[in-house]
Design a protein around this ligand. Structure first.
Ligand code: ATP
Ligand code: MG
Length: 560
């Protein structure tokens, strides 16, 4: 893994671009685009494509369009358009001018379709979808010509116009390109250009009842926008000859968008197809597209991921020419690295056990100073109240500890972070033998920051019981408990949903966390990174766990 500063060598796309620039192609400009279909929320795979397209435009002083590939009104919605815009901007990118829409080009595409008909390069096929599929052949066997392949231009034009006018029902006929039924590339075997869909479109309303196929739209959209470098994932490599074929029929300029394919991002422990994510949402297996367990950008945001962490991750994984799987721990590393620098340290106790400091005066409160982030002095300090009654984490105490347990145990001492050294004198239990509270004493000479030289091995986080506030804490874990939930022949990906991916608890938190605002980040000391959820109300904070800190204690205890 290379750090940014070390990443001096160019990736293969940058090499291509630099070569183009050197040769003066496209008048020395770089113009890219990010072309989502608005049929779902964006996921971390899209984030990679966004970082790549907008990133290259930034790097080479170029431009990048946001273009909605909205050719299928059946699945597309305004909600998705808005979420996509929000996500791109949140990642820190801004598109050129207004967002573009493939639907803006419907008139032009229609004219081009007529043009193809007029030069005998497109025809209306009235066969059923099954018939057409049966004639397609296989990669090693040529296809069969449709009996409609040689209709007259006039016939084709009339039918196409009637199709547009709404004279036919869905599936009654389609418009096909007349390319080559024997091509070794299946995409060239007279692909569909237009189909009938009696559906309102989220932007063009009822104007159209025929819609262009993606393959008859994408290359032309790039062309119309003057895109110089059209980056897409590997599966589109075999579509490239078709895009070029269409442009060759309808334009007489030399300019062509240059399509470059790269490997899509795959992440372990994750499914990343919009269709599957939609299924999770629709079936209520998660709480919406922005559920913090989702690999969507909106889910990651709500989980506490920062734009910087996602951009760094995207940089780090680079671009490849072959498919591969990235370990999800790399994504988790990126957020820890970023939050380590940015988040204030605070104290919250997730599973409290009470301590009474028997030699501390009743009713007294001290406000102890503590620094907000040892990684960044400019983040200053704050005070936290200390009193006779304290909460610590239940698993920071053991009645019968193993040898290297440096936390609290009968007769043992620990330091309470930014406060005093305490010693456990007595364990109080209820009738059932469960530990109810611990009686401790404190050493008044050991107040932090006052030059005490006495040292103990363990330091614990804590909160003052009478001052603590209750906080709802949502402990998120990975959504799937299998490395490749989508890769099992005999089982559906949903069989691998992690039943423990969300646990909700009430924690005791220091009072400074009373009024937080959504997306504020914190490190709960010794526990992990947390972020305020949008469900927080004044005085009633709700936190999402972004990632746990590595739990070195658990390991020690195991070793015993
Ligand atoms: P999905 O397969 O998840 O449904 P998609 O490819 O259908 O996604 P689009 O809206 O067509 O989604 O994608 C917009 C852009 O994002 C395309 O250029 C696509 O190649 C790119 N993209 C989608 N998924 C990934 C991924 N996993 N890694 C990198 N780029 C991706
Ligand atoms: Mg797609």
């Amino acid at each position: 893994m290379l750090e940014n500063e070390e990443r001096k060598s160019l990736n293969f796309i940058e090499n291509i671009i630099e070569e183009d620039l050197k040769e003066g192609n496209n008048k020395g400009t770089v113009y890219t685009r990010f072309p989502p279909e608005p049929n779902g929320y964006l996921h971390i795979g899209h984030a990679k494509s966004i970082c790549l397209n907008f990133g290259l435009a930034e790097e080479y002083n170029g431009k990048c369009n946001l273009r909605f590939d909205d050719t299928n009104p059946e699945k597309e919605e305004e909600e998705y358009v808005n979420s996509i815009k929000k996500d791109v901007q949140w990642l820190g990118f801004q598109w050129e001018d207004e967002p573009k829409y493939a639907s803006d080009y419907f008139d032009q595409l229609y004219d081009w379709a007529e043009k193809l008909i007029k030069v005998g390069k497109a025809y209306i096929d009235e066969q059923s979808a099954e018939k057409i599929a049966a004639q397609k052949g296989t990669p090693t066997e040529p296809g069969k010509d449709s009996p409609f392949r040689n209709r007259s231009v006039e016939d084709n034009l009339n039918s196409f116009r009637e199709m547009k006018a709404g004279k036919f029902m869905e599936g009654e006929m389609i418009l096909r390109a007349k390319v080559d039924m024997a091509s070794p590339n299946m995409h060239m075997r007279d692909p569909i250009m237009y189909r009938i869909m009696h559906k309102a479109h989220h932007r063009t309303g009822d104007k159209w009842c025929i819609y262009p196929m993606y393959d008859f739209t994408h290359g032309q959209s790039d062309y119309l926008e003057g895109i110089t470098h059209s980056l897409c994932t590997l599966e589109f490599e075999v579509h490239r000859p078709l895009y070029n074929w269409f442009l060759d029929q309808i334009t007489d300029t030399e300019y062509r968008p240059r399509q470059i394919e790269f490997a899509r991002l795959n992440l372990s422990y994750t499914v990343m197809s919009k269709r599957k994510l939609l299924e999770l949402v629709k079936k209520g297996l998660v709480n919406g597209w922005d559920d913090p367990r989702m690999p969507t950008i909106s889910g990651l945001r709500r989980r506490g991921y920062t734009p910087e962490s996602i951009r760094n991750f995207s940089d780090r994984i680079g671009v490849a020419k072959r498919d591969n799987v990235i370990d999800v721990s790399m994504l988790e590393y990126s957020i820890k690295e970023d939050l380590n620098k940015k988040s204030p340290r605070v104290m919250a106790v997730l599973d409290p056990i009470k301590i009474i400091i028997t030699n501390y005066p009743e009713g007294k409160t001290e406000n102890l100073e503590t620094i907000n982030n040892p990684e960044d002095e400019s983040m200053g300090s704050r005070t936290i109240p200390f009193s006779k009654d304290i909460y610590i984490e239940r698993n920071d105490f053991m009645e019968d500890p193993p040898r290297k347990f440096f936390r609290l145990a009968p007769g043992k001492e620990v330091r309470l972070k930014s406060a005093y050294i305490i010693k456990c004198e007595e364990v109080i239990k209820d009738e059932k033998g469960n530990i109810k509270e611990l009686l401790c004493t404190y050493d008044p000479e050991t107040r932090s920051g006052e030059g005490s030289t006495r040292k103990v091995k363990g330091t614990l986080h804590w909160v003052s019981a009478p001052h603590a506030i209750n906080a709802e804490v949502r402990l998120y874990d990975r959504l799937f408990n299998d490395e490749d939930p989508d890769g099992h022949k005999d089982k559906n990906f949903k069989a691998f949903l992690n039943p423990d991916s969300l646990k909700i608890i009430t924690a005791k938190a220091e009072p400074s966390l009373k009024d937080i605002k959504a997306l504020d980040h914190f490190q709960f000391q010794r526990i992990g990174y947390f972020c305020a959820d949008q469900d927080s109300l004044p005085g009633k904070p709700v936190f999402n766990r972004t990632v746990p800190l590595r739990d070195s204690w658990a390991k020690l205890v195991k070793k015993g």
